[in-house]
Design a protein around this ligand. Structure first.
Ligand code: HEC
Length: 131
């Protein structure tokens, strides 16, 4: 049986792409690999995957606006200058949830994609960091 990592390597998708597909289609990652694998072989597949990643980041931006800006604004505990890796953002968000931030669990992956792509480490202008 193929393991998830093997599938990833085989179909040439990045983990972020797979997560975006899983998130967008509401399917488990293993199904997302299969779907992504199919998509990349279609003429518009890459475009579609990119659109899903954009949707995913947009959804994360929405969660950010709805949740994080309750306590973080440009003036109060500003986050716009923060540059963290996805893992660091994951830890920060977990800490915020402990502090009482109400982040729906299923919104966290998109939120992290948004944060990592717009507020990632300096220099590592990940993906389409502008927007
Ligand atoms: C209920 C209010 C509240 C909400 C909602 C909230 N935060 Fe915070 N956040 C805080 C407070 C208070 C601190 C300072 C806590 C500390 O330093 O221990 C903080 C600190 C942080 C830090 C710095 C943490 C560190 O260890 O340096 C980051 C990054 C952060 N928040 C990100 C977020 C993100 C992303 C969200 C949205 C998911 C969010 N926060 C939502 C109150 C909030």
């Amino acid at each position: 049986m193929l393991r998830f990592e093997d599938c990833l390597a085989l179909c040439g998708l990045t983990e972020d792409e797979v997560q975006a597909i899983a998130q967008h289609e509401h399917v488990p990652e293993i199904a997302a690999v299969e779907f992504g694998n199919y998509l990349v072989q279609t003429p518009d597949g890459e475009l579609l995957i990119n659109a899903m990643i954009r949707d995913d980041i947009d959804e994360g931006a929405k969660t950010y606006k709805e949740v994080c800006t309750q306590c973080h604004t440009a003036k109060v505990r500003p986050l716009d200058k923060k540059q963290l890796t996805k893992e660091q953002w994951r830890q920060a968000v977990a800490k915020m949830v402990d502090l009482g931030a109400e982040v729906p669990k299923d919104k966290i992956p998109a939120l992290l994609d948004y944060l990592a792509s717009t507020h990632g480490p300096a220099g590592a202008a990940g993906g389409d960091g502008k927007k």
